[in-house]
Structure formats: C-alpha cells, structure tokens
Design a protein around this ligand. Structure first.
Ligand SMILES: Nc1ncnc2c1ncn2[C@@H]1O[C@H](COP(=O)(O)OP(=O)(O)O)[C@@H](O)[C@H]1O
Ligand SMILES: [Mg+2]
Length: 259
C-alpha cells in the first residue's frame, strides 16, 4: 500500500463561498513537504478537509491515501488508516486526563470489527511503558499525563502533547497546520524537533505554514505554494527561502503575467 497522499482537482466551499478551486498536490510517503501561502489562501481549509472536518463541502475531486479514496471515510477511519492531523485549535476536556485520552486514542486504533474491545486494548503496563518512553524523548514531566486535557496548557505544552500523540499512534502521514498566530519560538522548536525525529520512511509530513521561520527548524524536501485556493508553484527548499526574501507578491505578479 502506498503512503502517498494524492490530492486531485479538489474543490470545496464553506457555505456559498468557494475556497478550494482545483487543488492538485502529491505528498510522497516518507517525505517532508511544506505548503506555504498568504493568509486566506485556503491552507487550513485543505488540512481540515484531509482530516474529515464536517464544516466543509467538497464539491469535486479526490484524495487518495493507502490506495483508498479517503473522502468516503469518516474522520475516525482516516485516523485509523494512518492520517494524523495536529489539532489546530485544541479543545480542553475537563475530567479527561492526558493519559486516558492517549490510551483511548491508541485503543481506538487497535480495535477490530467483530472483536471485543477488551481483547484488542493495550495492556495497561505496556501502555505505561510506551508513554514513559515517549515522554522521555520529549523531556516531559511525568506529572503532565495526570493533568486534564489541554486545561491551562501553554502553547508549548499543547505542541508537546501533539507530538507525544504522534509518537504513540505512529501515523503514515502527519499533517501539521501551524497557524501563524500564537506560536512562540519554544512551541515551534518542539514541533520541529518532533517532526524531525519521527519523519522517515515510515512517516511523511505535510507541514503547512505562512512563515518561512518554521522551515529554519524543519527542512522540507518539497515546497508548494498555495494561492487563492490552488497550488500555483512547486519547488525544493530554495523556494521557501525565495518567499522569505521576496514575499508572495512576485508569485502573484508572475501568475497575472502568465494569464
Ligand atoms: N468558517 C468559515 N466561514 C466562512 N469563511 C471561511 C471560514 N473559514 C475560512 N473561511 C474563508 O476561507 C478562506 C480560506 O481560509 P483558510 O483556509 O483559513 O486560509 P489560510 O489557512 O490559508 O489562512 C478565507 O477567505 C477565509 O475567510
Ligand atoms: Mg490557516
């Protein structure tokens, strides 16, 4: 099965407004691929649609992962298939500890149709061991997992939790939508170190960002530029540097010139 994420001629709208206007994009399995673009170009919309967020209406096109058209699958099925979306706006869940949340996520992945969930659930001792190992890699305090989900978490703590979740779930493709607001350097570094540690033949990553600064820490093999709901340019790491130096206007001007 292929770990490539293949997006073909994707069209989508929110309400009456068409936001994605024919996105063509292939993320090769096992690679780090950055999607950059100005605010409002449709980057978060794309990430949310890949993850199966219900607010958007897909009006055309396909998304393939593991040789399946994932648009036919619900968000849980996509997650079980190995797609991971770092929550853009993590919600707090009072009364659910980090440890219980992670165990439930892992067990949901291990569940099999027709089997008693008790049979497929990870044994508690094994889970504790996995959790300890994952946390050690992230230099997290043991007490962290006893806290309630996202309640009073700093930006950096939320990011650590995302990376810890990725470490446990071992997705084939991680989709990171790094909004420009509210991500301090500490949080950026946590995300970058996590992606760099986990990315490899078994895990590709689609890293969405407005600013080039994240790419000082994560080195993508490929860069695509999104503008007005389409991918308008593709290149290697140099393209990110060019955008940092020159902004997005020159891309827009070139497109207008070519039209
Ligand atoms: N819930 C929504 N309702 C209406 N319009 C939206 C909604 N979310 C996003 N949009 C619009 O869709 C466009 C793309 O937004 P978004 O995908 O968030 O862009 P980006 O992540 O590239 O900044 C913007 O014009 C934005 O105003
Ligand atoms: Mg966004």
């Amino acid at each position: 099965m292929s770990n490539d994420l293949i997006i073909r001629d994707l069209h989508a709208r929110i309400g009456e407004k068409e936001i994605l206007r024919g996105v063509n994009l292939t993320i090769r399995g096992g690679t780090i691929h950055a999607v950059m673009g100005p605010n409002g170009s449709g980057k978060s919309t794309l990430a949310n649609i890949i993850a199966g967020h219900p607010s958007y209406t897909v009006t055309g096109g396909d998304i393939f992962f593991k040789d399946q058209n994932i648009l036919e699958l619900d968000a849980n099925e996509r997650s079980r298939l190995g797609l991971f979306l770092a929550f853009q706006y993590p919600v707090s869940v009072p009364g659910v500890s980090v440890a219980n949340f992670l165990r439930a996520a892992l067990n949901a992945h291990r569940a099999e149709a027709g089997k008693d969930p008790k049979q497929t659930a990870i044994p508690v001792a094994e889970f504790r061991k996995l959790l300890r190992e994952g946390m050690r890699g992230l230099e997290m305090d043991e007490g962290f997992t006893r806290r309630y989900l996202n309640e009073g978490f700093s930006g950096g703590e939320k990011k650590r939790l995302e990376i810890l979740q990725m470490t446990l779930l071992k997705p084939g493709m991680a989709i990171m939508d790094e909004t420009d607001s509210g991500l301090d350097i500490d949080a950026l570094r946590i995300v970058a170190e996590g992606v760099n540690r986990l990315a490899g033949p078994a895990m590709g990553a689609l890293v969405i960002t407005h600013y080039q600064r994240l790419l000082n820490y994560i080195k993508p093999g490929f860069v695509s530029v999104m503008m007005d709901g389409r991918i308008v340019r593709e290149g290697g790491p140099d393209l990110a540097l060019e955008l940092e130096a020159k902004g997005y206007d020159w891309v827009r001007e070139e497109l207008a010139g070519a039209a």
